[in-house]
Design a protein around this ligand. Structure first.
Ligand code: ADP
Ligand code: MG
Length: 319
């Protein structure tokens, strides 16, 4: 099977019938018609085996996760994805692997109702680069918009993906139902697209949690010229992570674990009720975890309002 067989067998089926695709897989470049009164949005992410996911991770999960982490960036500004391109470096043509990878990628594409329209395929260390193209109606939830007095909200639960990654590294670590649920959170993150689009008008700022809550809230505060207080007792922590790792590790992973792909929203008190209604309408729980203040940096407070010492600042490449 050569490069072209591989593309037509595994990736062409992921291009859906869509009248706005004027030129798609099989030509030199793709053309989509996104004319309308919205701005065009794009984001790209690369996943390298052994860096972004453990070597040997199940191919279906590699496909699913590669798209999901990109979708999460769209969710974080409130944009709607429409199309994806896939640049894939593969060590060898392994048909079983490609079959599972394309099925996992297809599931993530369909869940977001988007189409694959092109890409590039070459031989090399397993590396997946996905670019998204889509639209946004109106102003984005940018990182720079947080204001002193805002409430900080986070979707879903924190720390589970990092816990799942730890379990994946342990031989025989994925046995109980709880462990499986945690590993699933790492392998198949759920981008909060609907929440992002619906909250866009009401949040002053947002970010998706990829490096860890403290690090990512820190990015928002730096961009906004504000500081944040996080009340650790309020953090949404799953039963699963507490059952498998206990409270202390669960808290450490929730604060600094990364890979959650949950949204942090910075919301003015006047829109808080509105945003909580959206949360219930789209069935994505939101939890108040702190507030924005003047100043700089991020502090954690215990239940008595005492400042806690901060640990890890999250994941950074090249450090
Ligand atoms: P070119 O030589 O013009 O770069 P390629 O041979 O790389 O074209 O690709 C042929 C066609 O297949 C192009 O339309 C390209 O967008 C598409 N394609 C290549 N690899 C992938 C992939 N992994 N997923 C989806 N489409 C792909
Ligand atoms: Mg090419």
């Amino acid at each position: 099977m050569d490069e072209f067989d591989l593309i037509s067998r595994y990736f062409e089926p992921l291009q859906l019938a869509d009248g706005d695709i004027k030129l798609g897989i099989g030509d030199d470049a793709a053309i989509v018609d996104l004319s309308g009164d919205h701005a065009i949005t794009t984001a790209v992410d690369t996943l390298v085996e052994g860096v972004h996911f453990p070597t040997g991770m199940e191919a279906g999960a590699v496909g699913y996760r590669s798209l999901a982490v990109n979708l999460s960036d769209f969710a974080a500004i409130g944009a709607t994805p429409r199309y994806a391109t896939l640049a894939l470096a593969l060590p060898a043509v392994d048909q079983k692997w490609l079959e599972a990878f394309s099925v996992g990628l297809g599931q993530a594409l369909r869940a977001a109702d988007i189409s694959l329209i092109g890409g590039d395929t070459c031989q090399g260390a397993l590396t997946i680069t996905i670019q998204l193209i889509g639209t946004i109606d109106g102003a984005p939830m940018a990182r720079q918009g947080a204001k002193p007095g805002d409430t900080l909200l986070v979707s879903g639960t924190l720390g589970d993906a990092r816990a799942g990654l730890e379990l994946m590294k342990q031989p025989g670590g994925i046995d109980t139902g709880h462990s499986k649920a945690l590993v699933e959170r790492f392998m198949r993150p759920q981008a909060r697209l609907t929440l992002g689009v619906e909250a866009r008008c009401y949040a002053n700022a947002a970010i998706d949690v990829s490096d860890g809550l403290l690090a990512d809230v820190g990015h928002v505060m730096t961009s906004s010229g504000c500081s944040a207080e996080i009340e650790v007792d309020r953090l949404p922590i799953s039963r699963e992570i507490q059952a498998v790792f206990g409270c202390e590790r669960a808290l450490a992973y929730a604060l600094a674990g990364g890979d959650d792909y949950e949204l942090v929203l910075s919301v003015s008190p006047k829109y808080l009720d509105r945003v909580m209604r959206i949360s219930s309408d789209v069935s994505v729980p939101l939890t108040v975890v702190g507030r924005v203040r003047t100043g700089a940096g991020v502090v954690c407070l215990d239940s008595k309002g005492q400042e806690l010492p901060l640990g890890s600042k999250g994941y950074r490449h090249f450090t």
